[in-house]
Design a protein around this ligand. Structure first.
Ligand code: F3S
Length: 775
């Protein structure tokens, strides 16, 4: 395969279209009035509007009330897709019948690589095990002109940061941690494949104008505190729902003290508080990072814009810009934090962690420490961890916990290998895994004998810690911390160890205490290129290239369009399941072993909602049919589908929190789901549902959740009219109790826009797009 050299990459497709964005910005200023102070998030978003006048003035009191109200129709500059979600995105793109993508795009093979014994054995076996999927992705990339990063090249967000992210860029990524690129001043939003298809076919992508949550950083990090601690602390303040509907915009004097990669870590985990995205203003540390990653001309162009006065400054907020909510964090007094288990917002300062462990009777033995991943595998992260390993080694110590290192990309791996950081980890007994997601996405095959269901504790520098996330074992308590804290605590092998205050006994009997870690932001001799086989294919379309899908495959299936919405309101929609408590996209469409069916909708649908807790019985994945017969949730859904019965799910708050996984919307739709009725929704998932033709409704009165049970029958009142009216109007539901025959009506709320109403009517967004492209 012909490859681009990273030392002289073609920057034409990687440079944000600055002249166009600045022109659009002048237009926005004209529409909103030149005295209006804008946040940075607004500037970048609005300069990507398809038609600023239309988006900013419609329904917004003439532009005075945009945030949280306007429907922005945006034209992103680029799309990035990871292997698991790219399959469905491409299958959907293919059905639109276009010869190439409308904007530059990239595919990154990272999620389907197992972490077990180390890169040398894990990578070849994962490639062999997923060959038909990688072949499909590569063949589609070739045909449509998408840059293809093969397995082993790196994790999507690290590769994007090293190659594509840039100040002022707007991109979509089919992964919830896409906001990582905000560390380089880009607005990067995690979406489902159907949203990515909007950008790939040049259709405007719609987003409810986010509110802007300002986080002012003051002071400077020192000692053990790391950028990770900024977001671990903020997650504790905001909770997993606190950022919903908002962009988190960092500003203040503390910004300039942070490395570019540190800012990326902070933005990455904005996904954990439900934020639309997170971003930093242009800052001095972006220049050396862009230069070190062979993008000097982009650094120069961005610096010029960032230093221009007043209205032409696209890369910083205006003086006096107002935030919808504001939080201040003092970096100088920030303590390391440890978050978890099981939710990223359970945040405990390190100084209180030992007593918290004891109070909650969490395991005191630390089974494993895992560092790296898309969140924390920068040169700075790894050299600070290396410093601690060297300190411990000099004292004759070895880690007591298993210790794993996941480099985020081939570039960072090769650089750390050249600079002997990796050999320091290996000598200490650490296992260097492939440049891929591995243990972060349930692809960790543990070899330490921990049994399924057995309670145990691990510590990671990753970003997410839902039950079962790392090793598929819901008994594993997974705590999140900076790579430095993970590394130091792995030496003690204990969750009650505080590396700042506590000592570890050494073989000589002398107690050893760590000093605060130090490292380098960037490698002094530049980044190493690494294995040239891991460079991407060029993004040049080849219309004659075939796309490889075996019709007998159990892993890939060409998509059949969904049926349009029936004419009139719908009746006899039966409650399949009433979910109690947290219902993440992992709950709705589990990862781990199921990842291999991402491109085969019928097969992956057998995991639908298998993690959901039954509100009536407390059982997980036990559904009851009207005759009382029990089965798994997907089995009951299949049975009802075969009977021609549509159904709905009733759920509590933040339904669909977690990832951008559109399968969590596609699967219920495929099995006959028509409505999800919840107390509230996570943003990405709510959009995904509408794009697949499922109607998300919320209770107008939350107490009505208690009045509905599994197998009750529902009829919609007004839904069809609302759809026909482009989302205007209200929907009620008439509930008929299965046990008593009693009926009553409940009011609901919805957030359907004109376009989304059209998606539901047509059966899916794809049906609308395909029709428009055929016309
Ligand atoms: Fe991969 Fe985990 Fe990041 S799954 S993209 S390393 S959040």
């Amino acid at each position: 395969t012909e490859s681009a050299s990273p030392s002289s990459p073609d920057l034409s497709s990687r440079t944000p279209p600055y002249p166009k964005l600045l022109k659009r910005m002048s237009e926005v200023r004209r529409i909103l009035g030149s005295s209006r102070a804008l946040t940075l998030a607004e500037k970048i978003l609005y300069s990507h509007l398809d038609n600023p006048e239309d988006s900013l003035l419609t329904g917004t009191d003439n532009g005075s009330n945009i945030r949280g109200v306007a429907n922005l129709k945006l034209k992103p500059d680029r799309v990035a897709m990871q292997d698991a979600s790219a399959q469905m995105a491409l299958l959907q793109f293919m059905s639109c019948g276009l010869p190439s993508t409308a904007v530059p795009a990239s595919i990154h093979c990272d999620h389907m690589i197992v972490g077990e014994r180390g890169a040398d054995t894990d990578l070849p076996s994962s490639i062999a095990g997923n060959k038909e999927v990688f072949d499909f992705l590569e063949s589609a990339a070739k045909k449509y002109g998408i840059e293809f990063w093969p397995p082993g090249a790196g994790i999507i967000h690290q590769t994007v940061l090293e190659n594509y992210a840039a100040p002022g860029l707007m991109m979509l990524g089919t992964d919830s941690h896409t906001p990582n690129a905000g560390g380089l001043g880009a607005i990067a939003i995690g979406v489902g494949g159907a949203d990515a298809v909007d950008a790939l076919v040049d259709a405007p992508w719609e987003l409810k104008a986010p509110k802007v949550l300002g986080v002012r950083l003051e002071g400077k990090l020192s000692g053990w505190a790391a950028p990770k601690d900024v977001i671990l602390n903020l997650a504790g303040q905001l909770t997993v729902r606190g950022g919903t509907g908002s962009i988190i915009e960092y500003h203040g004097p503390g910004v300039e003290s942070l490395s570019c990669t540190g800012m990326a870590t902070i933005c990455n985990m904005g996904a954990e508080v439900g934020a639309t995205t997170s971003l930093f203003p242009f800052s001095p540390s972006m220049v050396p990072y862009l230069e070190a990653t062979h993008r000097g001309p982009i650094a120069l162009a961005a610096s010029t814009i960032a230093s221009s006065p007043g209205p032409h400054n696209l890369l910083r907020a205006d003086d006096g810009a107002e935030y919808d909510r504001h939080i201040t964090i003092d970096l100088s007094s920030l303590e390391p934090h440890i978050n978890g288990p099981f939710t990223p917002d359970l945040s405990t300062p390190l100084s209180k962690f030992s007593e918290t462990v004891k109070k909650n009777e969490w395991p005191e033995t630390l089974g494993a420490g895992l560092i790296g991943s898309c969140t924390n595998s920068s040169y700075q992260d790894m050299t600070r961890a290396e410093d601690l390993v060297k300190q411990a080694e000099a004292a004759g110590l070895e880690p007591k916990s298993d210790f794993f290192i996941t480099p985020g990309s081939e570039q960072i791996r090769a650089t750390l290998e050249r600079d002997e950081t990796l050999s320091t980890f290996s000598k200490a007994g650490g296992t260097v895994l492939a440049n891929a997601c591995g243990p972060c996405i349930g692809q960790w095959k543990r070899t330490d004998g921990v049994e399924q269901g057995e309670s145990n504790a691990i510590l990671t520098s990753y970003n997410r810690n839902f039950p079962g996330r790392n090793d598929g074992n819901r008994g594993t308590m997974n705590f999140l911390a900076s790579p430095e804290i993970v590394t130091a605590m792995s030496y003690a092998g204990s969750t009650t160890f505080n590396p700042i205050t506590d000592s570890i006994p050494t073989p000589s009997g002398k107690p050893f205490k760590f000093s605060a870690p130090s490292g380098s932001d960037l490698p002094s001799s530049g980044f190493a290129q690494g294995n040239p086989d891991f460079l991407p294919t060029p993004g040049i379309p080849d219309p004659s290239a075939p796309v490889i899908v075996d019709p007998k495959s159990s892993r890939l299936a060409v998509l059949e369009p969904f049926e349009p919405f029936p004419e009139g309101d719908i009746e006899g929609v039966r409650v399949l399941y009433k979910v109690k408590g947290q219902c993440t996209t992992d709950t709705i469409s589990a990862a781990g072993p199921w990842l291999k069916y991402k491109g085969h909708l019928p097969n992956i649908s057998a995991n639908t909602l298998i993690g959901a807790v039954n509100a009536a019985t407390g059982e997980t994945n036990v559904a009851y049919d009207v005759d009382g017969a029990t089965s798994s949730i997907p089995e009951l859904a299949e049975r009802w589908k075969a009977q021609g019965r549509t159904w709905l799910v009733v759920a509590e708050h933040n339904y669909g929190e977690g990832s951008a996984r559109e399968h969590a919307a596609l699967q219920p739709r495929y099995l006959g789901g028509r409505i999800i009725l919840a107390k509230s929704f996570a943003r990405i998932h709510e959009t995904n549902l509408k794009k697949q033709g499922v109607v998300p409704l919320t209770f107008a009165n939350e107490a009505d959740y208690d009045r509905i049970d599994a197998c009750d029958d529902i009829a919609t009142i007004g839904l069809y009219d609302v759809l026909k009216a482009g989302g205007k109007g209200d929907v009620s539901l008439r509930v008929t109790k299965q046990k008593t025959g009693e009926t009553f009506e409940i009011p609901t709320k919805h957030t359907l826009s004109v376009d989304q109403a059209a998606f539901v009517l047509a059966g899916s967004a794809l049906n609308v797009l395909a029709k428009a492209k055929r016309a």
